[in-house]
Design a protein around this ligand. Sequence first.
Ligand SMILES: Nc1ncnc2c1ncn2[C@@H]1O[C@H](COP(=O)(O)OP(=O)(O)O)[C@@H](O)[C@H]1O
Ligand SMILES: [Mg+2]
Length: 362
Amino acid sequence: MAEIRLPAERKYETELAALTKADKDARPPGWSLSPKAVETYILGADKPVGGVTITPKYVGDRSLVQVAIATLASDRALMLAGEPGTAKSWLSEHLSAAISGTSTLVVQGTAGTSEEHIKYGWNYALLLAEGPSQKALVPSPVLRAMREGRCARFEEITRTSSEIQDSLISILSEKQTSIPELNEIVTAQRGFNIIATANTRDRGVNEMSAALKRRFNFVTVPVVEDLEQEIKIVTRREAELRSDYQVGAEPPADIARMLVTLFQELRAGVTKDGKTKLKTPSAVLSTAEAISVLFNSGILAQSFGGGKVTAEDVTRSLVGAIAKENADDVKVLREYVETAAKGRPGPWKELVASARQHVKAG
Ligand SMILES: Nc1ncnc2c1ncn2[C@@H]1O[C@H](COP(=O)(O)OP(=O)(O)O)[C@@H](O)[C@H]1O
Ligand SMILES: [Mg+2]
């Protein structure tokens, strides 16, 4: 197989099959697994299940995951809200894979999202030739989820127009939608629900209508503040990317620790020891961004370096992550290096030296 990235239900097929087999608890109607088994799939298990290791997908609060799962069994839809790069989409993919056996019924919310994307469209050639028919109908992921009793995912829902958000209200409250051209009412099958994600930096959440908000339970996915936990997430996900893409060198532990420390300090605007205040960049330094910088450093090291990931590889990858939104952010990095990183041992020494070389002071 040469696909870059398999959907969760295929990548973790063996885990899901083992969980299904061992699952003795009651399943909500239309669900592939019981809530408890979904939780185990998301958070991982200490012991193998039916001989299969269940790896953690989301690393974080158990209670958050339980509330999210319980919501999906209820009459309300689930809204995962939070800063960019906090694993909202990731969690949504794994929840729908575990609950419905598919994570691919996705609507991507943009300003251009239209009714067709949440209801149905037509194959116009067929429509013109034969008139409206089931064959000519192109169901949206939401319509398919209703018919099949599965979870549909709605990414970045707050970016869509208020008209689209309004049509979602009727789908979520009545659990049905009509296709007047076919004189048909589609009634959602049990198991149908929607997992939406919303980026709190978009500021659209407050503008969502009260009527739509009421159809959702909001779960806020937090930014990871604990250093050890974020290091764990970053190194685990980087290793998975390296295996998916079959490229890159494994970064030493002290390099990963240095990178995550730098991210947490720049995010917080203060060093870990609380002694030095720092300027914060306008670019979002998310966990997802840290994963990508580390992965990138490994590719640089493997392709152009000595095969061993160095602080210089990290510096070069960092510049691209930090200079994204605002050129001044590069100055923030330069200042960080001079005020916080200078004098620290190990890979920090090389970070300072390479930043002086690669990061322009502006
Ligand atoms: N707490 C976490 N546990 C597991 N993976 C995480 C966590 N936080 C971030 N990630 C990783 O970050 C990446 C990006 O997450 P994503 O779902 O795209 O973010 P969002 O949708 O919130 O912007 C994913 O690869 C995910 O594995
Ligand atoms: Mg997302």
